[in-house]
Design a protein around this ligand. Structure first.
Ligand code: FE2
Length: 289
């Protein structure tokens, strides 16, 4: 039971031009403007889109889409949520067409406060992803879009919600300073979700989203582009202690970060949960522009 991957993320953004430059110029994503709407979908693999930007006066998470592999599993999850007195709303046909999925339901996450959608049957295309710069592409497929990290008020209760209802399993923990973090998986990707105790960021806040490249060179070239353009680098290149992702972090025009990574290890059947005393093996030092 539960979700199978992170499917899509929609963002309300107050600086749409800067965002477009970031997603296209740095990440090579393919813009798919909509007719009769100022929202822009972005493609990065065989899915119709994985990101959507909604030009807005504010910067916030519009929607987090969680993919479920089959309709029966989706209905089972809806029943579980409703059984816990969480209001779940069936998505209209118009909303399903906008999201390019067969069926969806939405609910407000009681822990993070985010607008969550659960769905199955995403529209995919056999035509190749046409990146805006020369990249090898993104590691997605059954591993999903990547991972997402939120600050939460009640870490234990939030982990329990995502374990018991949303079907995640714990990958490991990192405990350092005040930044207690719990990493959770719902497929072989080391973590699709991480939850951190509020402190440096406010409860409900999005800390970062990670996308994983098929090549370290995609990440390296992006790092050069980011430095050349003066985009704020928040953590310089490094390797994480738990998922072994080699990555760097940049600050988006909305304030939260994007981690651009390569080489993350996957959860296998003999996985042992560990607690790490620091988040990095090497690197990931704060860097000022
Ligand atoms: Fe990350």
């Amino acid at each position: 039971m539960g979700v199978d991957s992170l499917g899509y993320v929609g963002l309300n953004v107050s600086k749409p031009t800067e965002w477009a430059n970031l997603l296209e110029g740095v990440f090579g994503m393919e813009a798919r403007p909509r007719e009769g709407s100022n929202a822009i979908d972005y493609r990065l693999d065989d899915h119709h889109h994985r990101f959507t930007l909604y030009p807005s006066k504010e910067d916030s998470v519009a929607v987090v889409g969680w993919e479920v592999t089959a309709e029966a599993k989706l209905e089972e999850l809806v029943a579980e949520l409703r059984g816990r007195q969480i209001e779940v709303i069936a998505g209209s046909q118009a909303l399903c067409e906008e999201r390019k999925v067969r069926k969806l339901y939405s609910f407000t996450c009681p822990m993070v406060g985010s607008n969550n959608e659960i769905y199955y049957g995403p529209l995919v295309s056999n035509t190749l992803f046409n990146p805006r710069r020369g990249i090898s592409g993104y590691k997605t497929g059954s591993l999903g879009l990547g991972h997402i990290v939120f600050w939460v008020k009640d870490l234990a209760a939030s982990v329990k919600f995502y374990q018991d209802i949303m079907g995640f399993n714990i990958s490991d923990y990192i405990a350092w300073d005040v930044h207690d973090a719990v990493f959770l998986h719902c497929n072989p990707r080391h973590h699709t979700l991480a939850l951190m105790k509020e402190g440096p960021g406010p409860a409900g806040g999005l800390m970062h989203i990670m996308v994983e490249a098929n090549s370290i060179d995609d990440v390296g070239y992006a790092y050069d582009i980011v430095r050349d353009r003066g985009i704020p680098v928040m953590l310089d290149p490094g390797k994480h202690s738990n998922d072994h992702m080699q990555s760097f972090y940049l600050q988006t025009p909305s304030g939260f970060w994007i981690e651009y990574g390569f080489g993350g290890r996957e959860i296998g059947p003999d996985w042992e949960i560990k607690t790490y005393d620091q988040p990095m093996l090497w690197g990931h030092r704060p860097l000022t522009v």
